[in-house]
Design a protein around this ligand. Structure first.
Ligand SMILES: [Zn+2]
Length: 414
């Protein structure tokens, strides 16, 4: 179905996707890459041009803006968020967005990657999208609909509200954050600077998806310090840290509690990195579970394994430090489901059946919710993200825009 938002959304996505704004997990700076500020500055310009108020770029790289409440409307302040960075997982330099207008339902080829094919076979949801306008990249990069689609949706909704002052809504705060993909999108100052009673990230996939459950996440760092000695004269002296590290790895569960052996509501321990030498080495792990007692049990198991291996070699030193990363937003949202209910009502109002599997990951909303701003996640339409097959339907983005508009009006009704 064509809507008045289609061409604006298409143009915004094409414009935003062409800007390289990839984040970098190895960079210690904030934002992690200066190129994200190119996107941020463009948004500042566009927000000012459309007549948004209090537009600013914070020194932590987040763009903030206000759409004032319709005169006479008393309502909670609602935040609309999206992230400007794209995933470090795949090439994001030189994105050339391609619009496949009135998609014919068959295979989509890529100008810059002759072997690559996108079709309902490798992306089943595409099979439902014949007749839509589909946007892809050209084959050598990701598209970055994650999360430029979210940016386009929030910007289009904002522009529509500014141009149509009769639509009743409360004060709306917009925030476009950097570094979501590397888990550093929510600065300590953001909740206060945002000043929203609750908020939504537009960073989900299929139409109708409203997510208010994410993993709870800890990160673990295991250090193994052996005893270094010249290998020629090492008899009865050398304690090889690498051997002990591999013992730890071998003792950890292999056929349960790993990402590759779990799905649904089951959590895991995941070894992400081993670095070091015979003298000393480090193991990095991430621990994930929907429930806190599950998360704790993964941590307890890891500690137990470290202690058991340490006991086999008293000359070595093994430490295990576990730190929290983010928490399941459900713990807060289930106390007051209003933000989730509003989003579900908004979906029904545009003819969608709201749904939401808990996501086996985190969002900026996980951190924000924990910091006092309940922030469920809403769909954008993005599919096959973080790779060359990434695609999105313009018409799905339009439905998400309508949900955003319904949402802010419903929030104003109380
Ligand atoms: Zn995203």
């Amino acid at each position: 179905m064509r809507t008045e938002f289609d061409s604006e959304l298409e143009q915004r996505l094409v414009r935003y996707a062409a800007i390289d704004s990839q984040s970098d997990e190895d960079s210690p700076s904030s934002p992690s890459t200066a190129i994200q500020l190119d996107m941020a500055r463009l948004l500042v310009e566009e927000l000012e041009a459309m007549g948004a108020e209090e537009v600013r770029l914070t020194d932590y790289g987040t763009v903030l803006a206000t759409i004032p409440a319709t005169p006479g409307v008393e309502a909670p302040v609602v935040g609309l968020l999206a992230h400007v960075d794209t995933a470090p997982a795949y090439n994001a330099t030189g994105v050339k967005p391609v619009v496949h207008r009135n998609y014919n339902g068959g295979e989509i080829a890529f100008a810059d990657a002759p072997e690559l094919r996108l079709s309902p076979e490798n992306s089943p949801y595409l099979g439902e999208k014949a007749g839509d306008d589909i946007i892809t990249a050209s084959g050598t990069t990701l598209l970055g609909a994650d999360d430029k689609a979210g940016v386009a949706i929030a910007m289009t909704a904002a522009r529509h509200l500014i141009d149509n002052p009769a639509i009743p809504h409360g004060k709306i705060r917009l925030a476009f954050t950097p570094d979501e993909e590397i888990g550093r999108g929510v600065d300590q100052r953001l909740p206060a600077d945002l000043g929203a009673d609750f908020a939504y990230t537009f960073d989900g996939s299929k139409p109708g998806e409203i997510i208010y459950e994410t993993f709870s996440a800890d990160a673990a760092l295991v250090t193994v310090t052996g005893v270094s000695a010249h290998p020629g004269w090492a008899k009865d002296k050398l304690v090889n840290a690498l051997h002990l590290a591999s013992k730890i790895v071998q003792t950890l569960p292999q056929v349960t509690r790993t990402p590759e052996t779990t799905d649904g509501r089951d959590g895991f321990l995941h070894l992400t990195e081993i670095r070091g030498n015979a003298a000393a080495c480090e193991l990095k792990l991430i621990l994930r579970d929907f429930e806190l007692d599950g998360l704790e049990s993964h941590g307890a198991l890891l500690r137990q394994v470290c202690e058991a291996v340490a006991a086999t070699e008293p000359r070595a030193k093994i430490t295990c430090a576990i730190r929290p990363q983010y928490r399941n937003m459900r713990y807060w949202l289930e106390k007051d489901m209003t933000p989730v209910e509003l989003a579900r009502e908004a979906c029904r109002a545009v003819g969608l059946d709201p749904q939401g599997e808990p996501i086996r990951g985190g969002t900026d909303g996980s951190r924000l919710t924990e910091m006092g701003v309940p922030t469920p996640n809403i769909f954008t339409g993005m599919q096959e993200i973080h790779g060359p097959l990434e695609w999105i339907s313009v018409q799905d983005m339009a439905v998400a825009t309508k949900v955003a508009l319904e949402l802010v009006q419903r929030a104003a009704k109380g």
